[in-house]
Design a protein around this ligand. Structure first.
Ligand SMILES: [Zn+2]
Length: 144
C-alpha cells in the first residue's frame, strides 16, 4: 500500500469531535467548499447526473469528466433513523439525533445528520453546518 493510499483513508478523530475523513484527491473540492459553508457536488459532463459521493468517474455512465457545482442546500427528508444511544462519544450530549436521507432539490440523495427535534419523512430541510476543528464544516440539515 502506497503512502498516498494510506493518507486517503485517514480519518480525523478526537474524543471531543465527530470523526470525519481527511480530504482525498477526489473529495478535496467538496471539503474546501465547506470552509465557506457551501454544499458542492460533482455533475457528470456526459449524462448530466449528479454524483455523490465525490469520485473520479461517473457511477451512472463511466464518464471521467465530473464538474463541481454549488447546490442550493434545500431538500426533503426521504428517510429517518432516530438514534437514542450515541454511536460515538462525541455524540453523547446530542442524543437523540437523527440520521437522515435527504433528497436534494437538484436531484441527488445524501445521507446526513439532524440534531434537535427529529424530522418526519417529507419534511423540507436546509443544509446546516457543524464546525470542525480544522476550519472545515460538516454538512448537517435542519428543518426549513
Ligand atoms: Zn455520467
Amino acid at each position: 500500500m502506497s503512502e498516498k493510499r494510506v493518507n486517503e483513508n485517514r480519518v480525523s478523530q478526537q474524543e471531543s469531535s465527530i470523526p470525519v475523513p481527511e480530504p482525498s484527491a477526489a473529495s478535496e473540492p467538496f471539503w474546501a467548499a465547506t470552509r465557506a459553508r457551501e454544499l458542492h457536488m460533482q455533475r457528470c459532463a456526459a449524462c448530466a447526473r449528479l454524483v455523490w459521493y465525490p469520485r473520479f468517474a461517473c457511477p451512472h455512465c463511466g464518464h471521467d469528466q465530473l464538474d463541481w457545482e454549488r447546490l442550493s442546500g434545500q431538500g426533503v427528508v426521504y428517510a429517518v433513523s432516530v438514534h437514542h444511544r450515541p454511536a460515538l462519544p462525541a455524540l453523547a450530549d446530542k442524543v437523540p439525533y437523527a440520521v437522515v436521507l435527504v433528497d436534494l432539490a437538484e436531484g441527488a440523495r445524501i445521507m446526513s445528520t439532524m440534531f434537535g427535534q427529529p424530522p418526519r419523512v417529507g419534511d423540507p430541510v436546509t443544509v446546516a453546518w457543524a464546525p470542525l476543528p480544522d476550519g472545515r464544516n460538516l454538512p448537517t440539515f435542519e428543518l426549513s
